[in-house]
Design a protein around this ligand. Structure first.
Ligand code: 13P
Length: 256
């Protein structure tokens, strides 16, 4: 069965379900409501990242335009890694994207080296990586810029400039994940310019075309202003992707 590729000229919304919901029955309901929501949201491309145990069954027989992403997986094709899944296995389960370097996995010990290996493995398997970067906190002396630059440099070193088209970079400041409010669109605009500059430094002029997403506390009120005012290509959504009404409202707001 064909893997779904999305139209990335449209705004991209990634629904990161994290470790939700508890049962496959509820995952099915959530996916059904997401499918319904996308029927009317023609201007939006949606990528769903369910827990890995649900992906194969959700994707079975599905022929619509929602793509699936791995939330995080190992670069090794297979091996003695109890409890883990590999990017190759997620690809086999019909994922087309892979979230790489999410803050919640970095917090559990994934290093910049692990993230770089996963990014390269994703590309070689034909998965498009969604590379997450973001500082834990901000200080007035701007050290977070150096931190982001290093996360980008280490992940992108050695990739072919032509591969940048396949990569989405998601800026998710750790302090905005799970927070009440997202960062301001003005600050995101500034960060987007900085990220683009870092990518150009790493891989050359092809980096100008990199697509940048924002993630952290996005809901139906903040989705559209963030895309319009911060000039980002799309959003990585956690909690709001689990509530049917809220996720529908996000997609509708972007299609209006
Ligand atoms: P929230 O949208 O729940 O803040 O989570 C953001 C996130 O981590 C998406 O990957």
């Amino acid at each position: 069965m064909a893997h779904v590729t999305i139209d990335t000229m449209k705004a991209v919304v990634v629904a990161n379900w994290k470790m939700h919901p508890q049962t496959f029955k509820d995952a099915r309901k959530l996916f059904d409501s997401t499918k319904k929501a996308i029927e009317t949201a023609r201007n939006v491309s949606v990528i769903v990242a369910p827990p890995s145990v649900f992906v194969r069954e959700l994707s079975r027989g599905y022929r619509g335009r929602i793509a699936f992403a791995a939330q995080g997986a190992r670069a090794e094709l297979e091996g003695a890694f109890t409890g883990d899944v590999s990017l190759a296995q997620m690809r086999d389960a019909r994922c087309t994207y892979a979230i790489v370097g999410h803050a919640e996995r970095r917090a559990r010990g994934e290093t910049n080296e692990d993230v770089a290996a996963q990014l390269k493995a994703s590309l070689s398997l034909g998965l498009s990586p969604i590379l997450c970067v973001g500082e834990k906190e901000r200080s007035s002396d701007g050290t977070h810029y150096a931190f982001i630059k290093e996360e980008l440099r280490s992940a992108l070193s050695g990739i072919k400039p032509s591969d940048i088209k396949k990569i989405l970079i998601a800026y998710e400041p750790v302090w905005a994940i799970g927070a009440v409010k997202p960062m301001t669109s003005r600050d995101m605009h500034e960060m987007g310019i900085f990220i683009r500059k870092c990518v150009v430094e790493s891989i050359g002029d092809a980096g100008m075309d990199v697509r940048i997403l924002y993630g952290g506390a996005i809901d139906q009120n903040t989705a559209r202003p963030m895309i319009e005012e911060a000039h980002v290509h799309g959003l990585l959504v956690g909690r709001a992707s689990l509530e049917r009404g809220v996720f529908v409202a996000i997609l509708e707001s972007l299609s209006a």
